[in-house]
Design a binder for this molecule. Structure first.
Ligand code: AMP
Length: 420
């Protein structure tokens, strides 16, 4: 017997039905906001990902050489592939360009609930604008998608990396030191941040103040610190405007400032955001995104870009925790031939009903009436068509209602019209 590779999953028909249902909702919300779907390959050149995230990312990748000796990697995310595609072929498209994708990603992560080695992301890139309205619409879209799939319990956090940089400057924290701090900040390990700052020679008082700012949900504390920095002040104004739009236009009540969102500090800039499903525990982050700069690095003309990625698998997990009621997928009819001679006529009726847009299946196992009825009651179908010799003489079949057990004789030609 073979084992499934670690960190990967098989999905049952029931799970796939749920996944496709949610996928379609996500897709239609993207389209409602004017986004168009694109697709890129499952693997790319390794260099694409190291250029974006540095050599350290190789440890997290499924990287390999192909038979021609080329260094390739399964994609760990889709922003780099989408921007590669944009720079190569889409730069001339009119702006803003709104692109969305749905695809599997691969990361050599430590598997646990909500963390897999193969998982799906639904995401988008907004190319050509970074106005507060554009960013507010982007964040509003992420939130609307998660609401529209049926999630009730969501928390949105917004940060700003330019403001964070200004705060770093205020405390004289060098770029080298920032690199050491950001993983701790990212994991909200604030006591370790204080210890690390003291190691850098920063006073206890300042280290505590820094911690306070990272944890502040009140813009006032941050404003005080960034008062002298014009760029940071501008970013604060923008952030306030985005906040207002999210509250008033997108009606998002649970929106908080979180200066400790760092994401990929190297290429993200300006606004960053995350959406959590608090019910999920440790792996609660459903979505992450923000404004970033990648196009010039990939050889394109400088253009403002922002985007986000939603963890599709965690979205499904969160719906399960909230005990979301999925609509059930039903067959319209199950057709049972009473004996072997009736099989070809049954197949003909089945196929004609399908041509009329109905979902129909029939007994292909020649298992006899009582076993077929037992099977039909196990597969969630409301109506059965019984094809018998006697009734056929009269061009009729018997329809049985599985709930009430009531049966009626119906002319085959009336079948479609009568039963729709
Ligand atoms: P990221 O590209 O790291 O910002 O991730 C975006 C979203 O993808 C996260 O918020 C998670 O919901 C999801 N995600 C990231 N890594 C994994 C993983 N290994 N397994 C499942 N979902 C993941």
């Amino acid at each position: 017997m073979f084992q499934i590779p670690r960190g990967t999953r098989d999905f049952t028909p029931e799970e796939m039905q749920k996944r496709r249902y949610v996928e379609e909702k996500i897709r239609s919300t993207f389209q409602q906001f004017g986004y168009k779907e694109i697709q890129t390959p499952t693997f790319e050149t390794l260099e694409l990902f190291t250029a974006k995230s540095g050599e350290a990312i190789i440890d997290e990748l499924y990287a390999f050489k192909d038979k021609g000796g080329r260094d390739l990697a399964l994609r760990p995310e889709l922003t780099a592939p989408v921007i590669r595609f944009y720079v190569d072929k889409l730069q001339m498209e009119s702006k803003p360009l709104k692109l969305f994708y749905f695809g599997n990603c691969f990361r050599y992560d430590r598997p646990q609930k909500g963390r897999y080695r193969e998982f799906m992301q639904a995401g988008c890139e907004l190319i050509g604008t970074d106005t507060p309205e554009g960013i507010a619409e982007l964040i509003g879209l992420a939130y609307t998608i998660l609401k529209s799939v049926g999630l009730k319990d969501l928390k949105l956090f917004i940060g700003n990396l330019n403001i964070l940089s200004s705060i770093f400057k205020t405390f004289n924290i060098s770029k080298e030191q920032q690199k050491k701090l950001t993983p701790l900040i990212d994991k909200s390990m604030f006591n370790d941040v204080v210890l690390c700052l003291k190691d850098f020679g920063i006073s206890e008082k300042d280290a505590q103040k820094f911690k306070e700012v990272l944890q502040a949900s009140d813009l006032k504390i941050i404003l005080e610190l960034t008062e002298k920095d014009e760029q940071a002040k501008n970013e604060m104004m923008k952030l306030k405007q985005i906040f207002e739009l999210l509250k008033n236009v997108f009606e998002i009540k649970t929106c908080e400032i979180k200066m400790s969102i760092v994401r990929g500090l190297d290429y993200y800039k300006g606004v960053v955001f995350e959406i959590d499903a608090p019910t999920l525990g440790a792996e609660k982050q459903l979505c992450g995104g923000g404004a970033y700069e990648l196009i010039p690095l990939f050889g394109g003309r400088e253009t403002p870009t922002s985007g986000f990625a939603i963890g599709f698998d965690r979205t499904i997990l969160a719906l399960d925790v909230e005990e979301y009621n999925y609509p059930s997928l039903k067959l319209d009819f199950y057709v049972i031939p009473v004996n072997e001679e009736m099989i070809s006529k049954s197949l003909e009726i089945t196929q004609n009903l399908r041509k009329n847009g109905l979902s129909v299946d029939m007994d292909l196992l020649k298992r006899g009436m009582s076993k077929s009825l037992k099977y039909a009651s196990s597969i969630n179908v409301d109506k059965i068509i019984i094809v018998g010799q006697k009734e056929l003489v009269d061009e009729s079949v018997t329809i049985r209602d599985m709930k009430t057990g009531a049966q009626e004789l119906v002319k085959i030609k009336d079948l479609y019209q009568n039963l729709r």
